[in-house]
Design a protein. Structure first.
Length: 215
């Protein structure tokens, strides 16, 4: 049996960017799109985009471009977002509230199905249309919900404990917003989103940018 090709992470990131763009233009009834137009809109080089797609077969027609609905559907299949993905969120603070209320999640087939916290003042409160539950009930609740994606939106000091609870509850991949590194066992994936890290990188780029011409 041939070995399955390992897809580079940047390829998946670029396809996810393209999927978001296709979702937007599909809502504006755009029917076809070229790789050069995708490059202009997303910054993904046209040749690189074609190479990314080549991992998964033949896409588009020369001289015509891509059918938006078909390309979006096929990328959704690659990213496994063609069906709704239930998501567990731990952390009912400002960030957690913003994530629950973010309209783009259902648009891309992600649905936060439960919110948990360990703060007695937050437990029982309603966050948008969800009641905040005690994190101690996470495993019991997820046994019914069957979510495999978890989001950590709590403080750094609690992140590892939250991670352990999520893993024990059957969560297989975690999006970590806490500004700290978390440890997971084999078979569990993590994506870290650190605002401070991103701002630090931007600060470096800022120091290298030429001053804009004014007037």
């Amino acid at each position: 049996m041939p070995r399955e090709t390992k897809i580079p992470l940047p390829t998946l990131e670029r396809l996810a960017t393209c999927y978001r763009y296709l979702t937007d233009i599909e809502s504006r009834n755009v029917e076809t799109i070229s790789s050069s137009a995708i490059e202009t809109a997303t910054g993904i080089h046209a040749a690189q985009f074609r190479k990314d797609l080549s991992y998964f077969g033949v896409f588009g027609r020369p001289g015509i471009g891509y059918d938006v609905d078909d390309l979006k559907r096929r990328i959704a299949g690659i990213l496994k977002v063609e069906n709704e993905q239930p998501v567990i969120l731990v952390g009912a603070g400002n960030l957690g509230s913003a994530l629950v209320g973010f309209f783009g999640l259902p648009q891309h087939n992600f649905h936060i199905v439960a919110v948990f916290d360990n703060n007695p003042r937050k437990i029982g409160q309603t966050l948008w249309d969800l009641q905040v539950q005690d994190v101690g009930r996470l495993s019991e609740t997820n046994a019914q919900l069957g979510a495999r994606i978890g989001i950590i939106a709590g403080p750094a000091v609690a992140a590892q404990n939250i991670t352990d609870v999520l893993v024990d509850a059957g969560i297989r991949v975690i999006l970590n917003f806490a500004p700290t590194t978390i440890r997971v066992p084999d078979g569990v994936g993590v994506r870290n989103v650190c605002f401070i890290q991103e701002l630090a990188v931007l600060s470096y780029y800022l120091s290298k940018l030429p001053e804009p011409n004014v007037g």
